[in-house]
Design a protein around this ligand. Structure first.
Ligand code: SF4
Length: 359
């Protein structure tokens, strides 16, 4: 069996420098290759015309450049939005599949990207969680999603590009932090053709405490969103058992206080409203008490139903009362519009298990 070549877009700049040393090349070649990969998004070593033929040959013998292949594309048209929400199914080099979503709104083109195939946290309301966990995505596979979406946009309308990224696709990004950070650094490298400010990138987590602490100390400028869904420990355990037990509310609150003090940046508390479960006035009171201890804003989300899952969305009147209570408590509260529900592209609906991932 032939050994699979390493995907070069998975390498950090430091690893590229080490690889060049092994090939007997000077260190600056690593910088040039990095530019070709992440600024010019070169699809082959032959495209790297600044390199000698001999080096291009050596590189292609050692590495591959794996670009993600689009295997499906669906659109969902919303009444309130001129452009459709799009769900794109991408194939990885090992034939596994991931889903990414493009959401157009006002002047933004937001890419919702995946960080894992499946998810080990298995929140019962989430389609990805019900897939089980296959593996982490590599840094190259994460950037590959953005490049695939950008390519699709540019072909359709030259100059059109992604303006924001949210790690809210399949998986828990802070259980794959090294690769997520590496991908973000490559996507936000200054002066590259595609360079996104880290402030336009949101990492959404269920609250992986040690990794929140790490992010807080990292100097990264990315935004942080935390899926809380209940400010009552017992209730949270019933909604998201694994995550809530591993990362208890009390410690989570403390880590968010430390994070906001260290970064000066607010955290977005994401609260999925589930009918009859976490939507009472008492729930709103507990949420207000929890959220007042650190710099944050609250984002309420309507649940998007998934077939065979018992959870149900709340009535809009319940959501309005919940929001009003929080706002009257002095909190900043928004209601997130949900896009893509009809194509299972909305929050919590992404799953490729039923499609065809290899076992
Ligand atoms: S909600 Fe997030 S953390 Fe929970 S199972 Fe789904 S992807 Fe994983």
């Amino acid at each position: 069996m032939t050994e699979q070549k390493k995907n070069i877009t998975d390498l950090t700049l430091k690893e590229l420098q080490q690889a060049m040393a092994l090939l007997g090349e000077p260190s600056f070649r690593a910088t040039q290759i990095h530019q070709w990969l992440f600024s010019h998004q070169a699809a082959s070593f032959d495209a790297m015309t600044i390199l000698s033929l001999a080096l291009r040959k050596k590189l292609s013998e050692t590495f591959s450049i794996h670009q993600l292949e689009q295997v499906d594309h669906q659109e969902s048209f919303e009444e309130t939005c001129e452009s459709p929400t799009e769900k794109i199914l991408l194939k990885l080099s090992d034939q596994n599949l991931v889903e990414s979503v493009l959401i157009a709104s006002e002047n933004r083109m937001t890419a919702c990207v995946s960080s894992q195939i499946g998810c080990p946290l298995q929140c019962p309301f989430c389609a990805t969680g019900r897939m089980g966990f296959r593996r982490n995505l590599s840094a190259g596979e994460i950037t590959g999603q953005i490049y695939a979406l950008n390519q699709m946009l540019a072909l359709r309308e030259p100059g059109k590009t992604i303006t924001n990224i949210v790690f809210m696709g399949m998986g828990e990004p802070l259980l794959n932090t090294d690769n997520v950070i590496e991908a973000i650094e490559n996507l936000s490298t200054r002066n590259y053709n595609f360079c996104l400010s880290q402030k336009k990138i949101t990492i959404s987590t269920v609250g992986v405490i040690p990794e929140i602490q790490r992010l807080g100390q990292s100097g990264m400028k990315t935004k942080l969103a935390v899926s809380l869904h209940s400010a009552d420990q017992q209730k949270r355990e019933s909604i998201m058992p694994i995550a809530a037990r591993q990362y208890p509310l009390k410690e989570l609150g403390k880590s968010l206080c430390e994070y906001t003090s260290a970064t000066g940046m607010p955290v977005t508390i994401v609260y999925l409203l589930l009918k009859g479960i976490n939507d009472s006035l008492d729930d709103a009171k507990m949420l207000a008490k929890f959220a007042k201890t650190f710099l944050c804003k609250i984002n309420l989300i309507d649940y998007n139903s998934i077939i065979n899952i018992k959870f149900k969305p709340v009535y809009s009147t319940t959501r309005d009362m919940f929001q009003e209570y929080l706002m009257n408590s002095g909190l900043y509260v928004t209601v997130r519009k949900s896009y893509g529900a009809t194509i299972n592209a909305a929050c919590g609906q992404l799953a490729t298990a039923g499609i065809q991932n290899p076992q």
